[in-house]
Design a binder for this molecule. Structure first.
Ligand code: B12
Length: 212
């Protein structure tokens, strides 16, 4: 069966093949597919399918890790193409996955889309304790702090960060955005933060929050 370039990108992610994913992304771009379509209909479509297969027990954790790495390698190819150089200078966003949580693909994608829209993004990585996040806020003075949690159990660590920011009198200095599978607009509101369901929405919310 003849697969389309986007299907081949998705298949290589599902198969956890880093080198092949890079190759298929380049092939799709070479065939004239727009970078954003390669992202959405190739890489992200594959990760949706990974989620379904993982839930249904058709994929194991090591297989999911390999798929995540393959997706990452594809993202790296797309990163410079998604960046809009003319759009620089909207302000700094500090992105981070809270303590206990190792999921980083979503927050990296949010960072990449924000970068593509002209924000400067600093990513602190995964499993970062509240105090380290607050210290970094003091150091780099971002306009937005973007917190990610993918586990119901680590979502509570977002509250620790917000409480600590308040204790240190920093809440007025930074706008807090949150996202990840267990989050909802209601939970975000209780935290005093702003919710986005995905990376595209995160860009709209960030622009709105900063009045851009
Ligand atoms: C890949 C994956 C992993 C990989 C992570 C690799 C990596 N480098 O990130 C590995 C294998 C390591 C992993 C481990 C685990 N995982 Co996991 N994982 C997933 C999976 C399949 C896909 C997540 C993903 O990367 N999606 C692709 C990205 C692009 O999308 P996204 O993450 O949803 O992000 C988007 C939005 O959520 C939003 N967003 C995310 N963050 C932020 C932040 C801000 C500020 C904003 C505005 C928006 C935003 O925008 C993003 C882009 O559009 C999900 C299932 C799913 N459908 O989500 C489970 C899932 C998140 N994992 C789950 C579980 C249970 C685990 C483990 C406990 C499994 C285990 N038994 O060991 C461990 C926990 C490890 C830990 N301590 O963190 C559960 C969580 C359930 C829950 N509610 O608590 C899920 C939902 C699977 C399930 N249905 O059971 N996992």
């Amino acid at each position: 069966m003849d697969l389309s370039p986007l299907d081949r990108v998705a298949e290589s992610v599902l198969g956890g093949k880093e080198e092949e994913t890079r190759h298929e992304v380049l092939t799709a771009l070479g065939a004239g597919v727009a970078p954003r379509r390669v992202l959405e209909e190739g890489l992200l479509a594959a990760m949706d399918e990974v989620g379904v297969r993982f839930r249904e027990g058709e994929m194991t954790v090591p297989e999911v890790v390999l798929a995540a790495k393959a997706m990452q390698s594809g993202l790296e190819v797309l990163r410079p193409l998604l960046r809009d150089e003319e759009n620089r200078g909207k302000g700094t966003v500090l992105t981070v996955t809270v303590e206990g949580d190792l999921h980083d693909l979503g927050v990296k994608l949010v960072g990449m889309m924000l970068e593509a829209s002209g924000f400067e993004v600093i990513n602190m990585g995964v499993d970062v304790p509240a105090q380290a996040i607050v210290d970094k806020v003091k150091e780099v003075n971002p306009r937005i702090l973007a917190l990610s949690a993918m586990l119901t159990t680590t979502m509570k660590n977002m509250k620790q960060v917000v409480d600590l920011l308040r204790e240190e009198g920093l809440e007025e200095r930074v706008v807090i955005m949150v996202g990840g599978v267990p989050l909802s607009p209601e939970i975000a509101r209780k935290l005093g933060a702003h919710y986005s369901a995905d990376a595209g929405e995160a860009v709209d919310v960030a622009k709105r929050l900063l009045g851009l």
